[in-house]
Design a protein around this ligand. Structure first.
Ligand SMILES: NC(=O)c1ccc[n+]([C@@H]2O[C@H](COP(=O)([O-])OP(=O)(O)OC[C@H]3O[C@@H](n4cnc5c(N)ncnc54)[C@H](O)[C@@H]3O)[C@@H](O)[C@H]2O)c1
Ligand SMILES: O=C(O)[C@H](O)COP(=O)(O)O
Length: 530
């Protein structure tokens, strides 16, 4: 008999599959503290949660029998994935079940914002008949900017067209062809900021999307814009937004999510007349809750019964003999993928994985999964992509995967390479494991290099002229950026060259811009590998 603990409010109908299973016993105990969960988790084989329960390492350590954590919903930012993976606990989610519901909530918020419905309701039930203060705007003929064109963003775009809106879409994986299919104009964040009358965000919260609409964007944003966030708190800078509304730049905002949930009573959104809020209700419909609970219950049963399953967001099973040969290359694969994703511009269309040397004789499919994970995680969020779901995600986003194998490995025992083909360019990174030195990046595009793939790196392309290294060093030094390592690579004396600097901390964006402005510099790009 497997014991399942349900620790958040989850649809009864959705989990009826579990309730009716003869080999499952279910306990529902919601609203428990971490201490209370630690006390009881030891007797359970599975834990079923939404976003309220924070599944910490402490809880997992106490969960000696725990085999699976099921998230009835999309985001797994409340679950310590690393701790789960370390303990071999499979984490599964239900990414599709609440897409439509959240899309519809986005429209509910957009229309409530356009027509001041919450404010008008409050006055009316308070006994006032105020028909002057709440003149709204139509959606028809307005420009909607959608940042994040994944599951929810694409559904929002489709419905916006029915309202007669022009949709500008931005997503690192959105190609011209897909945009055309969706009836969306492919745009940049900058286009959206300058042109949109309504902006809605549908990305995960990642280092890249954090404050993607912040002070800087508000300084250029179209006057009178209205902003909606039904994705994750923190994608829009909350304080900068309040300032922009108070300055008369932004007309209003509708938020379902907050940087800190629940927000404190003093949070400026809660008393602002032009901001409407809901308490993270995006996924809260009868239908969505049934869908996600059914999805996650089905998978949970498969895992407990030792059957194949989908949507695991953490650990992939790899056969022991393959694992022993490939495992040392997994972290290198993720970093090569991430490095390539960070230097390539434009939507990725194809990932070409090269495995040469002794690896040519091994089934390198698991390694490919890690490389693809590295590429996708940069854009989709590291909590959403892992070696189990990376190939599936690449497929659903129309990214083609090609694997080339060869015994010729340029003097290395094994050489792993990643080439990204985008709409705009082709970029290559290769690496190897060197005896006594660990993982190294051995090639960036056509340049041979020797770089440890870790921490903050600065990749500079420049003309091979005397004095350039000194100018870069002086500029970074004067901005308190310490250079820990340096590598230069070139093909021809005096020709195009690259410089890879390892720096002790993240380099501020304005300093990178100053580096890029130096004479004989072509491009400067920061890469973070953790
Ligand atoms: N409010 C709620 O209750 C609720 C409900 C469901 C989902 N969500 C959240 O909504 C978000 C979207 O969910 P989804 O199911 O559509 O996810 P998804 O993975 O299908 O889509 C996210 C998209 O964001 C894109 N993206 C990543 N970085 C980007 C960037 N810098 N700029 C532009 N786009 C970028 C990705 O390429 C991807 O296509 C997630 O954060 C999810 O957790 C919230
Ligand atoms: O990521 C999600 O699925 C949503 O944020 C919904 O979260 P919830 O299940 O707590 O409503």
């Amino acid at each position: 008999m497997f014991k399942v603990l349900v620790s958040d409010p989850i649809s009864d109908l959705g989990i009826s599959l579990l309730v009716e299973a003869s080999d499952i016993s279910i306990d529902k105990k919601t609203g428990l503290s971490e201490d209370e969960l630690v006390q009881i988790i030891g007797e359970y084989d599975a834990l079923l949660v939404r976003s309220q329960t924070r599944v910490t390492e402490r809880i997992m350590t106490a969960g000696k029998q725990l085999k699976v954590i099921g998230r009835a919903g999309v985001g797994v930012d409340n679950i310590d994935l690393e701790a789960a993976t370390k303990r071999g606990i499979v984490v599964i989610n239900a990414p599709d079940g609440n897409t439509i519901t959240t899309c519809e909530h986005t429209f509910a918020m957009m229309m409530a914002l356009a027509r001041h419905i919450p404010q008008a309701y409050l006055k009316t039930v308070g006994g006032e008949w105020d028909r002057k203060s709440f003149v709204g705007v139509e959606l028809r003929n307005k420009v909607l900017g959608v940042l994040g064109m994944g599951r929810i963003g694409s559904e929002v775009a489709a419905r916006a067209k029915a309202f007669g809106m022009t949709v500008l879409g931005y997503d690192p994986f959105l190609t011209e062809e897909r945009a055309e299919k969706l009836g969306v104009k492919l745009a940049s964040v900058e286009d959206v900021v300058r042109e949109a009358d309504f902006i809605t965000v549908h990305t995960p919260l990642t280092p890249e999307t954090r404050h993607m609409i912040g002070k800087e964007q508000f300084s250029r944003i179209k006057k009178g814009v209205r902003i909606i966030n039904c994705a994750r708190g923190g994608i829009i800078d909350e304080l900068a937004l309040v300032e922009a509304i108070d300055a008369g730049i932004v007309a209003g905002a509708a938020f379902d999510v907050f940087e800190e949930e629940p927000p404190t009573k003093e949070h400026p959104f809660l008393s602002h007349p032009k901001i409407i809020v809901t308490p993270h209700l995006g996924a809260s419909t009868v239908e969505a809750q049934e869908n996600v609970a059914i999805d996650v219950s089905e998978q949970l049963l498969h895992i407990l019964r030792g059957e194949p399953y989908k949507n695991a967001v953490n650990m992939p099973p790899v056969p022991a003999d393959v694992l022993s040969k490939l495992e040392p290359y997994f972290p290198l694969g993720v970093k090569l993928g991430s490095f390539a994703a960070q230097i390539a511009s434009g939507p990725v269309k194809e990932i070409v994985v090269g495995c040469s040397g002794e690896l040519a004789d091994v089934d390198t499919q698991p390694l490919t999964r890690y490389i693809v994970q590295g590429v996708l995680a940069h854009h989709l969020g590291s909590d959403q992509v892992n070696a189990v779901n990376s190939m599936h995600l690449a497929k659903t986003r129309g990214v083609n995967i090609v694997v080339n194998k060869s015994h010729a490995s340029k003097g290395f025992t094994n050489l792993v390479s990643v080439t990204l083909r985008t709409d705009k360019e082709e970029r290559t990174v290769a690496g190897a494991l060197l005896n006594g030195f660990g993982a190294r990046i051995t090639q960036i595009d056509q340049y041979p290099v020797d770089v440890a793939p870790e921490g903050n790196l600065l990749l500079i392309s420049h003309n091979d002229k005397p004095g350039i290294i000194g100018r870069v060093g002086t500029l970074l030094g004067s901005n308190d950026v310490n250079i820990a390592t340096m590598q230069v690579g070139r093909k021809l004396v005096g020709g195009a060259a690259i410089m890879v600097l390892g720096v002790d901390k993240a380099v501020p964006k304005d300093v990178i811009a100053q580096v890029a402005d130096l004479t004989d510099l072509v491009t400067a790009k920061e890469i973070q590998l953790y």
